[in-house]
Design a protein around this ligand. Structure first.
Ligand code: FES
Length: 173
């Protein structure tokens, strides 16, 4: 779980604290409150779990236990370049788990985590609708079909080149 908040996130968290102080302490509101937090921050940081636990008079582990039961909640911020590896049936039979492992090894994080610089995150997803291209990975909005372990390195090299070009264009302005 990522526990370093940006200044923007700290400000949103203060807002959330205000929101909680004006909300009922009815435990049936736990899921809607977690949904609200995720809608504001795009994930559920530990600090917000502590706030929610205090609000509903629960232990933080209890709130985390409830939240982690649902796939809809994530506990790490999405990376600037989110990597999504399809683990649907067609991709799975074509070795998608090996592709996932290669991304994990390359980025030194596990599925569900985000790199410390928040550049990349990895998650597994269900069928993304292009089974003919299995195995499939998505990087941001771009679809990479017929993935192979050897293609993982190439994807990151391309991102690096794009970043350098972007930095050069900015410095020329
Ligand atoms: S199973 Fe991966 S795209 Fe359908």
């Amino acid at each position: 779980m990522n526990d370093v908040l940006t200044s923007e996130e700290k400000a949103i968290l203060a807002d959330i604290q205000q929101y909680l102080s004006e909300s009922k302490r009815d435990r049936s509101r736990l899921i809607p409150v977690l949904q609200y937090i995720q809608a504001r921050l795009a994930y559920i940081p530990y600090q917000s779990i502590a706030l929610v636990a205090a609000h509903f008079n629960l232990a933080p582990a209890e709130v985390y236990g409830v939240a982690s039961f649902y796939n809809q909640f994530r506990f790490n911020p999405p990376g600037k370049y989110p990597v999504k590896v399809c683990l649907g049936t067609a991709c799975h039979v074509k070795g998608a788990d090996i592709i996932l492992e290669n991304f994990e090894r390359k980025l030194e994080i596990k599925e569900g985590e985000t790199t410390p610089d928040r550049e990349f995150s990895i998650e597994r997803v269900a069928c993304v609708g292009c089974c003919a291209l299995a195995p499939v990975a998505l990087l941001g909005e771009s679809v990479h079909g017929n993935m192979a372990p050897s293609k993982v390195e190439g994807i990151f090299t391309r991102i690096q080149v794009e970043k350098e070009m972007e930095a050069r264009q900015k410095s020329e302005k």
